[in-house]
Design a protein around this ligand. Structure first.
Ligand code: ACO
Length: 403
């Protein structure tokens, strides 16, 4: 901490906390994490209780409105989601403007931001009903945007959402159905995808959620704030890690390195390589989401008749790391990204869509935090301070006199 009382309009002390590891930015009643014990609870409910009959739509309601939906609330919300699934036809022209190889996260962020041009009611959110409608619109449309981004990247025609299908099957339908043919979504796939999405749905003040809150603190609208969240999620140290894990496993599989070699490299600071999908700012124990996803991978792949050598490599890397003093001393365990990619790959989701899947899952959490902040009395614009380390005062030299 340094005393900066000589500066005007200041409260006195600035604590320097790079990465905000020890800085609380808000009070929140949404998600509880105990990183030492490996506990994660949504609105007080342990995450493990959602393993049976996983339902992403129910979790979205829980996070945003603070309680499990009654059957009526659930039906209304599900109907809202179905009703909002289409994009304005005008938005389709935007997709045409992107190159085929455009990163889907760039498209996702741009399109979520563009939604506010087509839905000016977003600037008028004031009460629970308007939040419900805006949330349903965004949670529904992010799935359509994601599927259209994928279809565009493959040069395939867009498939309209089917009002008869539920959230997850409708997404798979828009992604993979041939035109005019209905995709059949196996219950095991539907459950696995629901579980993946809900396990990603919130994780308190992570980088992307803090971004959403920070942008929202300037009273930017919900769509703009969530578009910023997508950008923050994109990086390989955050949501982009699920792609990096697959690339790492592929690299080992291609024979470029053994699992032991890779772990050795990850311990060497000069290599700049990390064991992707390992470590977490908050968990100093197993990430409970990783445990649950490891179990899903073990069950789902045989049920789908998929034999993926990457799963064996992941298991081997985990075994090595969990016995290695480097990882033990630093309390580095598998995180949510370590097994999620293997499951998504088994379902047929292409690797470049993995982080998009994370964004679809995280969206209810972003909305919940944006709304919680909106409702907090006396909420202030987020504006951290810095410790200035540049020259105190120097003189300008005219360009003509500079060498
Ligand atoms: N492989 C090798 N070493 C690691 C790893 C890793 N995956 N993660 C951390 N370390 C080491 C660091 O080098 C550092 O070592 P040192 O003390 O000798 O310098 C120590 O462990 C602490 O690491 P930090 O980077 O200070 O920890 P931080 O809390 O800032 O970072 C993070 C957490 C970004 C998740 C980190 O563990 C990481 O880069 N992991 C790999 C990327 C990843 O999986 N990200 C997804 C995170 S989960 C999510 O966002 C959904």
């Amino acid at each position: 901490a340094i005393d900066i009382r000589n500066l005007r309009a200041d409260t006195g002390l600035i604590t320097l906390d790079p990465g905000y590891g020890n800085t609380g930015s808000c009070q929140s009643a949404i998600t509880f994490i105990d990183g030492e014990q490996g506990i994660l609870r949504y609105r007080g409910i342990p995450i493990e209780q959602f393993e049976q009959a996983p339902n992403f739509v129910e979790i979205a309601w829980l996070l945003i409105f603070g309680h499990l939906p009654s059957p009526e609330e659930y039906d209304t919300f599900a109907a809202d989601l179905t009703g909002c699934a289409n994009l304005d036809e005008g938005m389709k022209h935007h997709f045409e403007g992107f190159p085929r190889a455009a990163p889907p996260m760039a498209i996702l962020s741009a399109m979520i931001n563009a939604l506010s041009c087509f839905h000016p009611e977003i600037f008028e959110i004031q009460d629970k009903d308007s939040v419900r409608i805006a949330s349903a619109g965004l949670i529904s449309k992010i799935r359509t945007i994601a599927a259209y981004a994928y279809r565009h990247s493959r040069g395939l025609p867009y498939i309209y959402p089917d009002p008869k299908l539920r959230y997850v099957p409708n997404f798979l339908h828009m992604m993979f159905s041939q035109p005019f043919e209905q995709h059949v979504c196996e219950p095991i796939v539907r459950d696995a995808l629901n579980l993946i999405l809900l396990l990603h749905a919130d994780h308190e003040q992570n980088c992307s959620t803090s971004t959403v809150r920070m942008v929202g603190s300037s009273q930017a609208n919900l769509f703009a704030s969530c578009a910023a969240g997508v950008c923050a999620l994109w990086g390989p140290l955050h949501g982009g890690a699920n792609v990096a894990v697959l690339e790492m496993l592929e690299q080992i599989h291609q024979g470029q390195m053994t699992p032991d070699d890779y772990v050795r490299l990850a311990k060497d600071k000069d290599s700049k390589v990390r064991l992707m999908g390992f470590g977490h700012r908050v968990y100093r124990n197993f990430d409970p989401r990783a445990r649950m996803l490891a179990n899903v991978a073990e069950r789902l792949l045989p049920q789908l008749g998929v034999k993926d050598p990457l799963l064996d490599i992941a298991r081997r890397l985990e075994e090595i790391a969990l016995e290695d003093p480097y990882f033990i001393d630093r309390q580095l365990y598998p995180n949510v990204d370590f097994y999620s990619g293997i499951i998504l790959r088994a379902i047929g989701i292409p690797v470049n869509m993995f982080t998009v899947m994370f964004a679809i899952g995280r969206l209810p959490g972003w909305i919940a935090h944006w709304w919680e902040q909106e409702q907090t009395p006396g909420n202030k614009i987020a504006r951290p301070r810095q410790i200035y380390v540049g020259p105190r005062e120097t003189d300008r030299v005219l360009l003509s006199e500079r060498r």
